[in-house]
Write a protein that binds this ligand. Sequence first.
Ligand SMILES: CC(C)(COP(=O)(O)OP(=O)(O)OC[C@H]1O[C@@H](n2cnc3c(N)ncnc32)[C@H](O)[C@@H]1OP(=O)(O)O)[C@@H](O)C(=O)NCCC(=O)NCCS
Length: 164
Amino acid sequence: MGADGGGQTRAGMISGMEIRPARPEDYDSVVAVVDDWWGRPIAGVLPRLFFDHFHRTSLIATMDGTLAGFLVGILSPSEPAEAYIHFVGVAPAARGTGLGRVLYERFFDLARADGRTRIGAITSPVNAGSIAFHQRMGFAVRGPVEAYDGPGKDMMVFSRPLSR
Ligand SMILES: CC(C)(COP(=O)(O)OP(=O)(O)OC[C@H]1O[C@@H](n2cnc3c(N)ncnc32)[C@H](O)[C@@H]1OP(=O)(O)O)[C@@H](O)C(=O)NCCC(=O)NCCS
């Protein structure tokens, strides 16, 4: 599977799967599941502002109308070459089908179309699954970076060039 967009994956071919831009009102259904999907309290990292102000660069995946995954992404308003993925989640039952990859590739396309040449993301050092996923998606990994998000909050930092 190509790591740089355009590759059709199993999730992209599953009938009943729809991927669309997020809307502000999607916030309530997403925040209701994230603690369960992550297996730890995480909702505090996802305030409503991300859906109110970044919904056009975020994605929602549904399977027969039920939330199957989401991505919260930002085209940096301050760094014109950069885009950033704040959050991605796939329902436990849908994992391993390529949906995470499809969501990332859709966001890569969107960022590329806006002239962005680099994508960043971070994750907690305890999130081994997320670290492995980002490596498979072509990100370089740095860390744990001590106190990245303030005292006691070390983070793994991901970066990936976006070719044209
Ligand atoms: C991380 C997550 C989004 C991956 O979604 P997914 O749909 O299962 O991932 P995909 O099936 O698209 O996998 C893409 C690639 O990553 C690899 N991968 C995904 N999860 C992995 C894991 N836990 N361990 C090792 N490799 C993994 C896959 O093998 C695949 O590799 P390939 O395409 O080269 O064969 C999902 O596990 C999840 O929602 N986790 C909980 C939330 C979270 O931690 N989010 C990230 C931090 S914000």
